[in-house]
Design a protein around this ligand. Sequence first.
Ligand code: 13P
Length: 260
Amino acid sequence: MATRKPLISGNWKMNHTHLDAIAVVQKLAYSLSPADYERAEVSVHPSFTSLRSVQTLLDADEVPIALGAQNVYPAPSGAFTGEVSPVMLAKLNVRYVIVGHSERRQLLGESDEMVNRKLVAVLEHQMVPILCVGETLEEREAGTTQDKVLGQLEAAFQGVDAAAAAKVVIAYEPIWAIGTGRTASPEDAQAVCASVRSWVAKAYGAEVASTTRAQYGGSVTPDNVAELMAQPDIDGALVGGASLDAERFARIARLGTGPA
Ligand code: 13P
């Protein structure tokens, strides 16, 4: 079985000015040691307004934290007022781009088709998409979690070949667990991540599936991260609220180990 290094990503959403972002990344860099980066890869996803400041800091101090974005528009340039292109992100050494976050799907009307276009655009510009999928509470209670998640995967990967698909990180984020303090049980999160991997195996073959990283997201904290990461098909976490504080996020990046 392929060994997959966990990817711990901090999605800051619409939080932190560029000055706050610099302070958090400085603290985070100070807290994490080479041994921590051995154990897990770490990415931070600040707002667009903070990307350049954080990039400058990471580059100047050679901090091995990957820079991530929260969104992108699927065109290299053009008349798209207010949008940010993959060319602009790539130029800032952005490595990971979140696509299809449930907040964008629900609050900003992002369709499956748009998510697919964004995924393709990120790959075309040699960055790595973190594709978010997940069900609502109603869907979970109706027993349609699998249908929802696999349907979102089907739509998002339209026209993506195996070589490109192998690069995509898939984040399972049950919507009812986001920002609610309610975490999916490790067993439930594992079950969905396992079916995500089976879907990848069916679509692209066992080899691609064995290297695909599947993250869990939804109220991840320093206290529950270890149990979640111990599941065989969970290869990292997409962390919202608990990533805003450097000390808490460092403890998550250490997979719950080390000093409290
Ligand atoms: P919380 O960790 O705040 O629940 O947010 C999860 C999330 O949406 C990360 O993308």
